[in-house]
Design a protein around this ligand. Structure first.
Ligand code: HEC
Length: 170
């Protein structure tokens, strides 16, 4: 009998500890998670390169890699969407808060020349779809960012489609 009690309490100790550890683990967010970058081009770049690498995201459906683009973005394009953007597109209700679209721009001979990014931040710029715009050189230098007039002026043609050209999202 004593032996049974000893085994039972040992088991209780081990499982009790495991359950408690599990509970603590759920409360503490993973260290690998960086907070949302917000309207900051350098942080956004760090986020999409290091913390949630965009090259592991979904491609824009039916587009594949190095599809034909137009001015000003480049002859060939590859467009990636984070989960928020990917699932928003499926629902056709416009892009949800935190959606990120990353487009690699290439020349006709496949030279990578720039990264164009649209990042939805609720409340950031309601007059133009709440998009934060950013353009980077291939080595991550910020070439334009924020409420960039040139980006907005052209993409406003697609205001009815949440300022998106590549496909229907609404
Ligand atoms: C003269 C018009 C024009 C300007 C200026 C422009 N874009 Fe675009 N953008 C387009 C078109 C057209 C597409 C669709 C892809 C293609 O055909 O090149 C596009 C596609 C995109 C996409 C993929 C999502 C979508 O809308 O389809 C992103 C991201 C993007 N642009 C970001 C930017 C950023 C950032 C800037 C400013 C630095 C910018 N664009 C400036 C015309 C423009």
């Amino acid at each position: 009998m004593r032996k049974i009690i000893m085994v039972a309490s040992a088991l209780f100790f081990v499982f009790g500890f495991a359950i408690t550890a599990g509970a603590i683990h759920e409360i503490i967010p993973s260290e690998s998670q960086m907070p949302e970058p917000g309207p900051d081009a350098a942080k956004l770049n760090e986020y999409i390169i290091k913390y949630d690498p965009y090259r592991a995201w979904q491609l824009w459906p039916d587009k594949g890699r190095l599809y034909k683009g137009s001015q000003p973005h480049g002859a060939l394009l590859t467009t990636f969407m984070n989960n928020a953007a990917y699932f928003s597109r499926q629902k056709k209700q416009g892009m949800a808060d935190r959606s990120i679209i990353v487009k690699e721009n290439y020349t006709a001979d496949k030279k990578f020349v720039a990264l164009s990014v649209m990042y939805k931040i609720k409340g950031y710029n309601p007059a133009a779809g709440d998009w934060f715009w950013a353009k980077y050189s291939p080595d991550g230098k910020v070439e334009a960012s924020g409420k960039v007039k040139a980006c907005i002026d052209c993409h406003t043609r697609q205001a009815d489609n949440d300022f998106i050209f590549t496909g229907t999202v609404k």
